[in-house]
Design a protein around this ligand. Structure first.
Ligand SMILES: [Zn+2]
Length: 267
């Protein structure tokens, strides 16, 4: 019974969020793709951030004879698959608990820039990359969740290959190399298109060599949150996926661990 109610509810959400002409997903047949990395010892964090820790509170047979396991974790907000809330780089903008759910659930498009990004660790994703996508797939529709596939997910969790350095501490930041969004493209997306969220498969929406984090600043000024270290984008079509990106609801948080999944038509 509960299952039927849940499925009906999800189906409602789907059809509310889907333009039937563009794509309608039949939940019964849809494939669910997990776009999230597990949190563990190997999880990649910014060189200056604390990494993920999981301590055992208890695991085993209790003195009353039943099995019991509980752990406690400690982690920086920004690491692994996570969400950046607008407040992260824009004073007075949304904290993670205040981002409307409508910004985090909806139809997604995937821009494939693997060829350019894999050939240049410092590649900046350009306005032209979006225009090229539009030539083949039509204009980026209002309310799109935009996902950028740089191909760097293939290097997870080898820090050196994924982000340019495995070193830790403030001096390692200058050694970061990975692709990101050109601030000019961020500006274009906020002015010329109406997207509701953006995400990519690198540690940061700004490229590794960024000093001012301008794409963060531009997007967040417009309350457009960013998903970082997103997994498995190769498994999504250029359009037609429906995404749920639900982060930990940390009161007043600037970001947090994100569970992001996509529903795609299986045929
Ligand atoms: Zn972040």
């Amino acid at each position: 019974m509960k299952k039927i109610i849940l499925i009906s509810l999800l189906t409602c959400i789907f059809f509310l969020g889907c333009n039937k002409k563009q794509n309608s997903i039949n939940l019964d047949d849809a494939k669910i793709i997990d776009l999230t990395y597990s949190f563990g010892k190997e999880t990649i964090y910014w060189p200056t951030a604390e990494s993920f820790k999981l301590d055992t509170v208890f695991a085993g047979i209790t003195d009353k004879g039943f099995y019991y396991a509980a752990f406690q974790f400690c982690a920086a907000e920004h690491g692994g698959t996570h969400l950046d809330a607008p407040i992260h780089f824009a004073k007075g903008k949304q904290t993670i608990d205040k981002i409307p759910l409508t910004n985090l659930i909806g139809k997604a498009i995937v821009i494939d820039i693997k060829e350019k990004a894999l050939g240049n660790k410092d590649y900046l994703i350009k306005i032209d990359d979006f225009k090229n996508w539009e030539q083949k797939n039509g204009k980026i529709f209002d309310g799109a969740i935009v996902l950028l596939n740089t191909g760097y997910a293939r290097f997870w969790s080898d820090k050196e290959k994924y982000m340019g350095t495995a070193e830790l501490g403030p001096d390692a930041v200058a050694k970061l190399h990975f692709p990101g969004l050109d601030p000019k493209a961020a500006e274009w997306l906020t002015k010329e298109r109406k997207i509701k969220a953006i995400g990519l498969d690198t540690p940061s929406i700004d490229y590794g060599q960024s000093v001012l984090f301008k794409s963060h600043q531009i997007l967040f000024k417009h309350n457009i949150p960013a998903f970082e270290n997103v997994a498995n984008l190769d498994n999504l079509p250029p359009k037609g996926a429906f995404v749920f990106a639900l982060p930990m609801k940390i009161k007043g948080g600037s970001g947090g661990p994100l569970r992001i999944v996509a529903f795609v038509n299986s045929n």
